[in-house]
Design a protein around this ligand. Structure first.
Ligand SMILES: Nc1ncnc2c1ncn2[C@@H]1O[C@H](COP(=O)(O)OP(=O)(O)OP(=O)(O)O)[C@@H](O)[C@H]1O
Ligand SMILES: [Mg+2]
Length: 225
């Protein structure tokens, strides 16, 4: 049964230490996400949603519990193997966009390829295609400061999808956007999901969450449906 799961988390725990005091954030998270699924995670601010996405994105290691990504036990991999997985399988849309301010749209979207050791010249076509999907071809030479909030969000999505990831992790991709822009971002994610990408979306917006296949809520360090 677990073979059809892309993401499988079992009793994941995570605390941060701030000074001497531990901050318990995740206290036994179980999560199974099937290939091709599109789920959303809700929960109050500080409940651990971003922490969880960081673990699923292999950016952060849990203190306890097991994480299998496409059948691979992530905890037993080396740093190098984990960065390979990030570079080839995972598209991450960060809560804070994390665009490079000095570079234009095109070079921001081309960024993940540098982590794969491929040169920009080799990847021109895929980058152009990703920019086209989010409807920003006319803005390809704009830098982040020369874009609207919705456009910046779309650049972050284009960057995540330029590598055709198996798994897209989107942390509040519609935060700070008006209804029309939110709808556009969501339609974009839906199309990517139709194209086969598995998506985990964090949102505080009930309406946005309602458009995904399944809503889970982070509460007391655990996920509940
Ligand atoms: N590096 C860190 N060191 C110590 N505590 C941290 C660290 N990162 C996060 N925390 C704490 O862990 C808790 C969970 O943070 P997290 O960012 O996962 O929450 P969140 O659910 O994404 O919140 P939001 O909806 O506001 O984005 C918070 O209480 C936060 O203060
Ligand atoms: Mg967060």
């Amino acid at each position: 049964m677990k073979e059809d799961m892309l993401v499988s988390l079992d009793k994941i725990q995570k605390s941060y230490t701030l000074g001497q005091k531990p901050v318990h954030v995740l206290s036994g998270v179980n999560l199974d996400v099937a290939k091709g699924d599109f789920i959303s995670i809700m929960g109050t601010s500080g409940s651990g949603k971003t922490t969880l996405l960081h673990i699923v994105g292999t950016l952060l290691q849990p203190d306890n519990g097991t994480y299998q990504l496409d059948g691979r036990e992530i905890g037993s991999l080396s740093d190098r193997e984990r960065s390979w997985i990030r570079a080839h399988w995972i598209g991450y849309v960060f809560q804070t966009f994390d665009l490079i301010t000095e570079q234009d749209v095109w070079h921001n979207v081309a960024m993940p390829y540098l982590y794969r050791g491929e040169t920009k010249a080799e990847v021109g076509r895929q980058v152009d295609a990703a920019i086209d999907v989010v409807g920003l071809s006319e803005r390809r030479h704009h830098r982040p400061a020369e874009l609207s909030g919705g456009e910046m969000q779309r650049v972050a999505i284009a960057r995540a999808l330029s590598i055709a990831p198996k798994l897209i992790l989107a942390d509040e991709p519609t935060g700070n956007l008006d209804d029309d822009n939110s709808k556009e971002i969501l339609n974009l994610l839906r199309r990517l999901n139709d194209g086969g990408a598995t998506i985990i979306l964090v949102t505080h917006d009930q309406h946005v969450a309602g458009m995904t296949n399944r809503i889970l809520t982070m509460k007391n360090g655990r996920l509940a449906s």
